[in-house]
Design a protein around this ligand. Structure first.
Ligand code: SF4
Ligand code: SF4
Length: 351
């Protein structure tokens, strides 16, 4: 994104905040990789902070990054951001095999050192570990390593999303049963250290109608000034039959298509037809609007749903302090399979 475009976007954003008499601004950077253009990040943070200070407004900065930058940048990030979501899949062999650098040189030492620097700064560090069928059995080991090495606020475990590239690399999503077992055991360790264990579709601490920016009035701005509701490239949501182009930045203002905006709000606020009998609908909310488009028949679950269902049950049991019951249930594969596939969770319809 060019610096003049950054300025236009931030000006347009503060104009909305002023109209809404908002007391807080939220700016998030993601990519690709934001720090491929560090000057854009530096300028945005300094410029937006100045505008917030002029209004005595709180401002919150978050970045999602691969952590491949210099130690100086890491120190700046640690002191200037409120939250840093860093992709770190695990110890060296895991990180290098799942996230090799394009030039073939090892990048683990850089990411590891930067995680250490950010971990000791004022920003909240959220480590994001992508789990494949190869690493599912090692989630506990990854957890123990993280607890030993860093001081994150949260650790987020997410399954590999299958793409052409991940399949070529031999990386596939883990089995739901294995993932649920390992996630529960890891969550117990993390929570004992005051670290939150996160899995995006199974947060049972809140009820929600969408798990992502879609439907929350977020404005996702591309370098050319396009304003979208979703992180994915245009082709991905158009291929799924969705219209997520909210508008464009024009002459320092957001030119928003009101019909599209209302359509997105309706999409995110309605139950997906295939989810109506699933207890996870209050937390998973139907998952990703693009990748889980809700066209399945009611009560038919794919592997992503089964994983969500199993992890949700153990999260609920942990919240009820029924840790031992959860651990015992996780040893009973037949019970897990029955629940994972159960077509309706309505008590009146259970056998
Ligand atoms: S059916 Fe699947 S997508 Fe829908 S709420 Fe349940 S787990 Fe989520
Ligand atoms: S629709 Fe899917 S890809 Fe798009 S922002 Fe939501 S979760 Fe992310």
């Amino acid at each position: 994104m060019s610096l003049p475009m950054v300025k236009q976007v931030i000006d347009a954003y503060f104009e909305i905040l002023d109209e809404e008499k908002s007391e807080r601004a939220d700016i998030q950077f993601f990519g690709g990789e934001p720090f491929y253009s560090p000057e854009v990040v530096y300028f945005s943070v300094v410029y937006a902070r100045r505008k917030a200070e002029e209004r005595a407004m709180d401002i919150h900065f978050e970045v999602t990054t691969n952590g491949i930058f210099s130690a100086d940048v890491a120190a700046w990030v640690a002191d200037h951001f409120d939250a840093v979501i860093l992709s770190l899949d695990g110890p060296m062999d895991i990180q290098e095999s799942q996230r090799p650098a394009r030039n073939g040189k090892p990048v683990f030492p850089i990411v590891y050192n930067n995680a250490k620097i950010i971990s000791s700064g004022s920003a909240d560090l959220i480590l994001r570990s992508c789990i494949s069928q190869k690493t599912a059995r090692r989630i506990m080991e990854i957890t123990a390593w993280i607890v030993e090495e860093f001081h994150p606020k949260a650790v987020c475990f997410e399954s590999v999303h299958p793409t052409g590239q991940s399949k070529k690399a031999g990386l596939f999503p883990p089995g739901p049963v294995e993932f649920a077992r390992q996630f529960h055991a890891s969550a117990r360790i993390l929570e004992a250290h005051g670290i939150a264990a996160v899995h995006s579709t199974t947060d049972v601490s809140i009820c929600r109608t969408t798990i992502c920016p879609v439907g929350r009035n977020a404005l996702i701005i591309s370098p050319d000034g396009a304003v979208d509701a979703c992180y994915l490239p245009e082709k991905a949501w158009r291929d799924a039959g969705l219209e997520f182009r909210l508008g464009k930045v024009r002459a320092g203002k957001f030119d928003i298509n009101e019909n599209v905006l209302q359509g997105i709000r309706r999409l995110a606020n309605g139950d997906k037809p295939s989810c109506v009998n699933c207890l996870c609908r209050y937390h998973c909310a139907g998952g990703c609007h693009v990748r889980q488009n809700g066209n399945r028949s009611i009560g038919r679950y794919d592997n992503t749903c089964m994983q969500t269902r199993l992890v949700t049950i153990t999260n609920l049991l942990r919240r009820l302090n029924e840790n031992d019951l959860a651990t015992e249930w996780l040893t009973d594969e037949a019970a897990m399979a029955r629940f994972a596939c159960q077509s309706s969770d309505h008590i009146s319809e259970m056998a």
